[in-house]
Design a protein around this ligand. Structure first.
Ligand SMILES: [Zn+2]
Length: 149
């Protein structure tokens, strides 16, 4: 994995929001080969995000992690009952998990969600204490980055 090591020793955990494509990397000044970017709906720090971070830290030399949320995140507005209804209408089974709402990870507040994510990473037993973890929120309209923690 020689050339897969990110030049900036940086991992970014962010949202899959289409408005962030190219926009966030430009604001953070990261180019191809600079950083690991882990994305999901709502930049929620799940077990799978921790898994990717563990690989990034121990195999790829990551020393710094940024959790970057954004304003107007769609995960604040998801309607779990509506998703459930649509799943049933289309022949899918919303009861494959005991708590669909919890599984989907609806968020209440973008900033709080980032701070929670940073705390989960910092307190996770698989993450070493020498890795720095910071939380930011980006304004999807202006691109302004605000440090939260
Ligand atoms: Zn989002």
């Amino acid at each position: 994995m020689g050339n897969a090591k990110p030049k900036k020793k940086l991992a970014v955990v962010t949202c899959m929001d289409a408005r962030l494509v190219n926009f966030l990397s430009e604001k953070l000044g990261i180019k191809r080969g600079d950083a690991k970017v882990i994305k999901n709906a709502g930049n929620i720090v799940t077990d799978d995000v921790i898994r990717s971070l563990v690989v990034a830290i121990y195999c790829l030399g990551i020393e710094k992690i940024l959790v970057v949320g954004h304003t107007d995140c769609g995960m604040k507005y998801i309607d779990v009952e509506d998703i459930k209804k649509k799943m049933i209408e289309r022949g899918a089974n919303p009861y494959f998990v005991t708590n669909l709402k919890c599984w989907l990870g609806k968020i209440d507040d973008e900033e709080k969600n980032v701070i929670e994510g940073v705390n989960i990473i910092k307190n996770h037993p698989a993450i070493p204490k020498d890795v720095s973890v910071e939380g930011y929120i980006i304004d999807v309209e202006t691109g302004e980055l605000k440090k939260l923690c």
